[in-house]
Ligand binder design. Structure first.
Ligand SMILES: Nc1ncnc2c1ncn2[C@@H]1O[C@H](COP(=O)(O)OP(=O)(O)O)[C@@H](O)[C@H]1O
Ligand SMILES: [Mg+2]
Length: 307
């Protein structure tokens, strides 16, 4: 089942003097149940606009979308969608425990169940120790985690997370990554907006890259990286000067770091030739690997070239 479907979706914001600004241009997208889907793009790409349209906070200029295989209004009534906005803001004077109980009751959970729910969610997001601490005294990472707990109150099947890692230090980011993995184990679908490539690369199976309202790329991380330029690196320990000279002639590039010599080969056959030549002269192969570049390099190339 496609849990999130977007068809020809466009959004024009009307600015000063009635001037239109196209924030989203004819977007088509489908997310399957159980995926961690990364919605990637630089600031201003249209990610938040897309989420707001899905949640009926704003309305599209044209096109249509469905959640849970239903019309948006119908899907949203089912309370099976969790949402965490970018930089969530919470009542500072409530403790984590009070805040979650309050929210649970807002969604119609009876008082006794609300307490149980809050207890369970505090444990899930690792804030049990801070349950009686005011949110104003929480670190940024803790605020994000209480935000995730709030998004989980209705036990949603789909989570829309808008930049959940923004402003977090590496440890805070790792904690959120672990939590997202844990939620995937519970069979939740996660639609995750970010401009931080490393997090997307580590977490997501499929990604969409958006730039200035246009879908630039859609596919698995592997497909996207394989579609970019690749080369091989062949490394040796302790080469004799003769072998070094000979391989340098054959290779597309050469570099030395900490006693290890790295040669660049354009393809697999080229790499094998370098290895055979070196081994015939008694050299010891250290490593041969395929370098596909990172998602970051891909992103800079794709998005940078469209400026
Ligand atoms: N309420 C609004 N009114 C006018 N323009 C807006 C509004 N919200 C966003 N925009 C513009 O729409 C574009 C997309 O914004 P947004 O969806 O917030 O991008 P992202 O979340 O990818 O950073 C940007 O150019 C932004 O300035
Ligand atoms: Mg945004």
């Amino acid at each position: 089942m496609s849990i999130l479907r977007i068809q020809n979706l466009s959004k024009d914001y009307v600015g000063g003097w009635g001037r239109k600004h196209r924030a989203l241009n004819n977007l088509n997208l489908e997310v399957e149940e159980g995926e961690i889907f990364g919605f990637l793009g630089p600031n201003g790409a249209g990610k938040t606009t897309t989420i707001k349209i899905l949640l009926r906070i704003i309305f599209p200029s044209s096109g249509k979308a469905w959640l849970l295989d239903k019309e948006l209004d119908e899907a949203l009534k089912m309370h099976k969608i969790g949402y965490m906005p970018e930089n969530p803001y919470f009542y500072r004077f409530l403790t984590g425990d009070e805040f979650l109980k309050f929210y649970a009751q807002l969604t119609g959970v009876p008082r006794e169940d609300a307490k149980k729910k809050a207890d369970r969610l505090l444990k899930v997001v690792g804030l049990d120790h801070a349950r009686r601490t005011r949110i104003s005294d929480y670190s940024k990472g803790m605020v994000t985690r209480i935000g995730l707990a709030q998004a989980l109150i209705t036990d949603p099947v789909l989570l829309l997370l808008d930049e959940p890692m923004s402003g977090l230090d590496p440890i805070g980011r790792k904690e959120i990554r672990n939590l997202i993995h844990q939620l995937k184990e519970e069979k939740k679908t996660i639609f995750f907006c970010s401009h931080i490539l490393a997090d997307i690369e580590m977490l997501c199976h499929r990604i969409a890259i958006l730039n200035k309202g246009n879908l630039v790329k859609l596919g698995t991380v592997k497909e996207i990286l394989d579609s970019g330029p690749t080369h091989y690196t062949v490394s040796f320990d302790d080469l004799s000067p003769e072998t070094l000279a000979q391989l340098s002639q054959l290779a597309a590039g050469v570099g030395e770091y900490g006693g290890v010599t790295n040669f660049t080969a354009t393809d697999h056959d080229h790499a094998r030739k370098l290895v055979e030549t070196a081994q015939a002269q008694g050299a010891r192969l250290r490593e041969m690997r395929l370098d596909r570049g990172t998602l970051e390099e891909y992103f800079v190339r794709e998005v940078g070239s469209r400026e």
